[in-house]
Ligand binder design. Structure first.
Ligand code: PLP
Length: 400
């Protein structure tokens, strides 16, 4: 098969159409840039949907993967895996959590969190506590448990019956949550910045109230940092900016810069509810994936990239406000660090499509929001280029 955009798109019928794909095939990446099969370059402010935090083809990650592939790719969790031990220690040392379960995606990490919360209630003699309360407009993934926790009907349509024992309340009103937290609830699950819903940060006051109510009632707080974690919001984990500590946290996306790795972290007292045979994953935490993650966190820490995300995020926001703030279709620019949303008065899809034509990759969130998720290594010059391409695209889609 010839590798041109047209040839690849026209021969893609054997791929299930679960995504509305752009008519473009990506074949190469370097830093903040991607190239398609026709040789056209794009500035990548989507980063594979918040994944490639170090940029594409980072040499240290590439070298670590190649070296590990020559040594040992997989052996299963029937054995101790040195790279897994090392990464779990790094995560425990750099977070408020103590133990880690490794898997392969964000949805799987959330499944593990739901299972551990229920198992914890069971193991602590409160078997009647089966329920999880999540927030409306949340997104937690596509597997059945994570999909049930997702507070958006459009993702659930046609997939029932969903998993029993997961309820939703509107975010922001602590009284609604208090009413929902009856004696049957074991955990509250939330994203601190609702990414797929349109980059909507929860208020710190609300999150602190949630923490207090959970403490008062002996209920676990699960924070889904699949998108916000690994430096994206300007701190290593977003919860650091909210003045709380979760009992459980889920990670994926940026953790191994594109190699599929998910993780579910928990405080020791909660993690103890899992014992041999209670949960597992054939691939989870294998030497190849762990080595890629270790190389990623080593660069992240050495270059303190969460600080870069805070600084570049502030720069990007200023530039966006200056270039787009007066456009009649721009309602708001919001978010944290390098996770920003440009909220429009109208659908965002035409702007995203115009961005593609301008050579800028963005994603749409919540229907009316252009979500910007550049790699954390993005330069000021690239930010300038991205903002001017976005302004041109906005003008093309919605002439002022
Ligand atoms: C907050 C959040 N949780 C979970 C997921 C699911 O992750 P995955 O697609 O790796 O299963 C996503 C993916 O977008 C997400 O943004």
């Amino acid at each position: 098969m010839a590798w041109t955009n047209e040839a690849i798109v026209s021969q893609s019928a054997a791929v299930m159409s679960t995504y509305g794909r752009w008519p473009v095939a990506m074949v190469r990446g370097q830093g903040s840039w991607l190239w398609d099969a026709d040789g056209r370059a794009y500035l990548d402010f989507a980063a594979g949907i918040a994944v490639t935090i170090l940029g594409h083809s980072h040499p240290e990650v590439a070298e670590a993967i190649a070296e590990q592939a020559r040594t040992l790719i997989h052996c299963s969790n029937l054995f101790h895996i040195p790279q897994q031990v090392e990464l779990a220690r790094w995560l425990a040392d750099h977070s408020a959590l103590d133990q880690v379960f490794f898997c392969n995606s964000g949805a799987e990490a959330n499944e593990a969190a739901i299972k551990l919360a229920r198992r914890w209630a069971y193991a602590s003699g409160r078997e009647e506590r089966r329920e999880i309360v999540a927030l409306e407009h949340s997104f937690h993934g596509r597997t059945l448990g994570a999909l049930t926790a997702t507070g958006q009907k459009k993702y659930q349509e046609g997939f029932g019956p969903l998993v029993p024992g997961i309820r939703h309340v509107a975010a922001g009103d602590i009284r609604l949550l208090e009413e929902a937290l009856d004696g049957g609830v074991c955990a509250v699950m939330l994203e601190l910045v609702q990414g797929e819903a349109g980059v909507i940060p929860l208020s710190p006051a609300y999150v602190q109230q949630v923490r207090r109510v959970c403490d008062e009632r002996g209920i676990l707080l699960i924070v889904d940092e699949v998108q916000t974690g690994m430096g994206r919001t300007g701190t290593l984990f977003a919860y650091e900016q909210y003045g709380i500590e979760p009992d459980m946290m889920t990670l994926a996306k940026g953790l191994a810069n594109g190699v599929p790795v998910g993780a579910m972290l928990a405080k020791r007292k909660v993690a103890e509810a899992f014992g041999p045979g209670t949960h597992g994953s054939t691939f989870g935490g294998n030497p190849l994936a762990m080595r890629a993650a270790l190389a990623t966190v080593s660069v992240l820490e050495r270059e303190r990239l969460w600080e870069r995300a805070a600084e570049r995020g502030a720069y990007l926001r200023r530039r966006l406000e200056r270039a787009l703030g007066d456009h009649p279709r721009v309602r708001e620019i919001r978010g944290l660090g390098l996770m920003l949303g440009v909220v429009l008065d109208g659908p965002a899809a035409p702007v995203a499509e115009a961005c593609l034509h301008e050579g800028l990759l963005v994603t749409v969130a919540g229907g009316n929001t252009i979500r910007l998720l550049p790699p954390l290594i993005v330069s000021e010059e690239e930010v300038d280029t991205g903002v001017s391409r976005l302004a041109a695209a906005l003008g093309r889609a919605y002439p002022a």
